[in-house]
Design a protein around this ligand. Structure first.
Ligand SMILES: [Zn+2]
Length: 212
């Protein structure tokens, strides 16, 4: 029979369980650590939580996280290349791309993807601002870094049509085999795309059908 915790502790466990990746046991461990802490860090944690919730907003230009009404750190960075706009579904998608440290352009967060089954249409996405930004920089490259699921594909096709003629080029990240993976574990679709979008080991040798 489970041990009956005081109601306040149970409420704390329930609140912590709403965090991604936190199961009941972990929530219980966290809650107990918080209430047993002799220092003031639980209060400091609560203050940080309330403050972050109050001030963190989407950037008015790209939709990434920023504080208040200011532009985000990416949009403010004058070293970034304004001729590249990488379109992502959600602001959280910017983080892994930044972590890869290979992209130095700007971003545009759509706030979702076209998904008729979920009642999400183009009108629900941050598209007017994207069209405005691309139209203001006609020499730019738009990179559609969207999911490879059906909704991501639908959104990419919609955007390619919407932005046609407004930018210098519209590209997508290459899709292929994961680093360290073997052919045996790759699904047929991934393997097919990897073969279609192959690159040359010796650039002087042309690759048919590659890099379209
Ligand atoms: Zn921004």
């Amino acid at each position: 029979m489970p041990v009956a915790l005081p109601p306040a502790l149970q409420r704390l466990c329930e609140a912590l369980r709403k965090l991604p990746g936190v199961g009941p046991r972990n929530a219980e461990r966290m809650a107990l650590a918080l209430v047993r802490s002799p220092s003031g860090w639980p209060e400091s944690l609560a203050d940080s939580l309330v403050a972050a919730r109050r001030v963190v907003r989407p950037c008015v230009s790209c939709g990434f996280f920023t504080e208040g009404d200011s532009l985000c750190a990416v949009c403010r960075d004058t070293a970034r290349d304004p001729a590249q706009i990488c379109v992502v579904e959600n602001a959280t998608d910017v983080i892994p791309i930044e972590r890869a440290s290979v992209y130095h352009g700007l971003y545009h967060c759509l706030g979702g993807k076209i998904s008729p089954l979920d009642g999400v249409g183009p009108e629900n996405l941050n598209l007017p601002r994207l069209v405005e930004r691309v139209s203001a920089a006609p020499g730019c490259e738009v990179i559609l870094a969207l999911g490879t699921d059906v909704e991501g594909e639908t959104t990419a096709l919609y955007l390619a049509d919407l932005l046609r003629g407004k930018s210098r080029s519209i590209t997508r990240p290459a899709q292929g085999l994961p680093f360290g993976g073997t052919l045996e574990v790759a699904d047929a679709l991934t393997l097919g795309r990897a073969l279609t979008h192959r690159t040359a080991l010796h650039p002087e040798i042309s690759v048919e059908n590659g890099g379209k």
